[in-house]
Design a protein around this ligand. Structure first.
Ligand code: CDP
Ligand code: CDP
Length: 225
């Protein structure tokens, strides 16, 4: 063993998972894996090939052809889908509005889940998503379920997206709708694993959340400062 553990961070949209997971990985010299980016890249690919989420058989025919890679980059992380850099495109409102529909397809989830498990085999991974603690890495040594009120989460996204001209009310509705699809789907729904630590970040800034998780991690590995 290299003395490292795996850390699973799950929760709804805008809870702060990706921002925090990236910083925790930096602080510990771990590898950050953004599984949401993989669902977004799959969505981008399927939309580009004009495959509808209702058309499950056609989705399943495309699934084995999808090669999604996450590459570390000074500016964060690059997302490559079948050789194309889709880092920017996967954040579009179009992809965001459709991702939960494709993400409910079991065969697509299995494909992405097996890639995610491979990335965590050597330990030292901070992985964020919706089903990491429950399904992808049920043996992760540290699991955190991060939440915040829907108002606060919409406000955080609003501050990022202001220039698009979308209203705060619309964002709140979009986020609530996506949460509901993610929570209600049959395969690997968004749910807190029983052994996950609950962390409500509504009134916490990024720094506090990062410090909290880093200290959980140090406890989990028996680290002495
Ligand atoms: O960043 P944001 O919270 O908006 O979303 P994301 O983490 O990029 O994930 C986008 C969507 O992918 C989620 O709403 C889920 O539908 C899906 N997803 C999933 O089903 N399972 C995961 N492990 C990660 C994401
Ligand atoms: O990955 P997830 O959808 O859970 O959230 P995120 O994209 O990491 O965070 C959404 C926004 O909230 C980002 O702009 C963060 O900077 C911000 N944020 C915050 O203001 N306070 C926190 N405690 C966590 C995140």
């Amino acid at each position: 063993s290299n003395g490292k553990i795996n850390i699973a961070i799950d929760g709804p949209a805008g809870a702060g998972k990706s921002t925090v997971a990236r910083r925790v990985a930096e602080a510990l010299s771990y590898v950050y894996v953004d599984t949401g980016a993989m669902y977004r890249a799959a969505t981008w690919y399927l939309m580009k090939h004009e495959v509808l989420p209702e058309d499950v058989q056609e989705v399943l025919q495309h699934v084995p052809k999808m090669v999604i890679e996450l590459k570390p980059d000074p500016s964060g992380q690059k997302v490559i889908c079948n050789g194309v850099d889709v880092t920017a495109e996967i954040r579009s409102l179009d992809v965001t509005g459709n991702v939960s529909r494709y993400a409910s397809i079991a065969g697509l989830r299995e494909h992405l889940t097996s890639g995610q498990r491979r990335m965590a085999e050597c330990k030292g991974v901070v992985m964020d998503g919706r089903d990491i603690g429950t399904t992808v890495l049920p043996d992760a040594e540290l699991k955190v379920f991060m939440t915040a009120s829907v108002k606060e989460r919409a406000l955080r996204r609003f501050k990022e997206l202001r220039e698009v001209g979308i209203t705060l009310e619309q964002l709140e509705r979009d986020i609530a709708a996506r949460d509901k699809l993610d929570e209600d789907r049959e395969v690997s729904p968004l749910r807190r694993s029983e052994d996950a630590i609950m962390l409500d970040t509504t009134h916490m800034d990024i720094e506090e959340v990062v410090d909290t998780i880093v200290s959980y991690c140090k406890t989990a590995i028996g680290w002495r400062d």
